[in-house]
Design a protein around this ligand. Structure first.
Ligand code: PLP
Length: 392
């Protein structure tokens, strides 16, 4: 007979989900109430306001989709594209490819701009694509590529879209709460994120925001949105501005308590300080990794603090190191993906995982596990270097 599941207590320093704070887990366990209960409707309003804070936007259509980041991605594409439309899509890792797939599934044409994995989206290539193709409806790109640890210049890309009369769709799954994301200041039109990265909430919710321009485009659609569940006009009847909420789907009530708590924690800390914390501990981690002789694979000017791509040294068994970290230290780090599979580790410093004790745990665990694999680095140098950084 099956018995209750009790997961091990892990430290999550991979590409997400990240560590969830006990405050958020406590919120998740509070009594379930009806999803149309006036108390829950009040909570929905507060969540919308907190998401506006996190996204830095006044957009009225700022809500959590009751499904993971991939649903947020799909919501943006299916609501803004129709058969026959053209969209420029930038691919410099895994998630740009998924955007392209979404465009094509909407019956639209994807104009693909490719950049090497591990580099940022090329502004010049995007400008050239707009010069070559007229009547482009959408420019889509990933702000923070989780597969490579690269940040692209979202502000410049949104500006190019606006200058060319196109709407921008921005993947901010890994950026929200970890690095600057200024939806209104940058004029981004449709932005989606995920609950499980720098917000450190439980996985399974996707915050999205749509600008007034994007809402106009949705309201003036000629074709029905092919997804009933993600049709924003229907979803708005449930999450919309007035207090008369119509049933659309049953929101994951307890997961919304958790999202609310994670956003309260972000507001308490302050966005600027949250971004600064991610940068600070990233610098400490890099000091330690480099002192151990490990190489960061992404150029400093586009390196994400919350996702660190580290080269696997010659002769070291990728899988054996990650398994030893998990079994001996309860520490999860991520494998490389695509072009970096078997060549790099992805060390996440997201949300509640981004604190000094985790940086030091990761460095000392790697020190031991790599030494056991025969690596010849100076033992203890990593923790010494990171500690010196913290004490400076
Ligand atoms: N976009 C990016 C950049 C991501 O990192 C992820 C997940 O890792 C997704 C989209 C998809 O999100 P989810 O796995 O929550 O569906």
């Amino acid at each position: 007979m099956a018995t209750s599941f009790h997961p091990p207590i892990r430290t999550l320093m991979g590409p997400g989900p990240s560590d969830v704070s006990p405050r958020v887990l406590a919120a998740l366990g509070r009594p379930t109430i009806g999803h149309l209960d006036p108390e829950f409707v009040g909570l929905m309003d507060e969540i919308k306001g907190l998401l506006q804070m996190a996204f830095q936007t006044k957009n009225e259509l700022t809500i959590p989709i009751s499904a993971p980041g991939s649903a947020g991605m799909e919501a943006c594409f299916v609501n803004l594209l129709s058969p026959g439309d053209k969209a420029i899509v930038c691919q410099n890792g895994v998630f740009g490819a998924r955007m392209k797939e979404n465009i094509e599934r909407c019956g639209a044409t994807a104009i693909l701009i490719e950049d090497e994995w591990g580099t940022a989206v090329s502004i010049d290539k995007v400008k050239a694509a707009f010069a070559e193709h007229k009547d482009v409806k959408v420019l889509a790109f990933v702000h923070a590529e989780t597969s490579t640890g690269v940040e692209s210049d979202a502000k410049a890309l949104c500006q190019i879209a606006a200058d060319n009369g196109a709407l921008s769709i921005v993947d901010a799954v890994t950026s929200l709460g970890g690095i600057e994301l200024d939806v209104d200041g940058w004029g981004a039109d449709a932005v989606y994120s995920g609950s499980q990265k720098c917000l450190s909430c439980v996985p399974g919710i996707s915050p999205v925001t749509f600008s007034p321009k994007a809402v106009d485009a949705i309201n003036n659609r000629e074709h029905k949105v092919q997804s009933w569940f993600l049709d924003m006009q229907l979803v708005m009847g449930y999450w919309g501005g007035n207090s008369k909420r119509a049933y659309h789907h049953t929101a994951p009530v307890n997961a919304m308590y958790a999202l609310h708590e994670s956003l309260v924690m972000l507001e308490e800390e302050g966005l600027d300080l949250a971004w600064e914390r991610h940068r600070f501990h990233h610098l400490a981690l890099v000091k330690g990794l480099e002192a151990m002789g490990l190489k960061m694979l992404i150029a400093e000017d586009c390196r994400l603090p919350q996702l660190n791509l580290v080269q696997i040294p010659e002769g070291i068994d990728d899988g054996a190191v990650r398994s030893a970290l998990l079994s001996q230290y309860d520490l999860e780090i991520g494998a490389g993906l695509g072009a970096f599979a078997g060549k790099a580790w992805r060390i996440g410093l997201m949300g509640q995982a981004c604190y000094q004790e985790n940086v030091l745990l990761c460095l000392s665990a790697l020190d031991n596990v790599l030494a056991a694999q025969g690596a010849s680095h100076e033992r203890g140098a990593a923790v010494t270097a990171a500690t010196a950084f913290y004490q400076a």
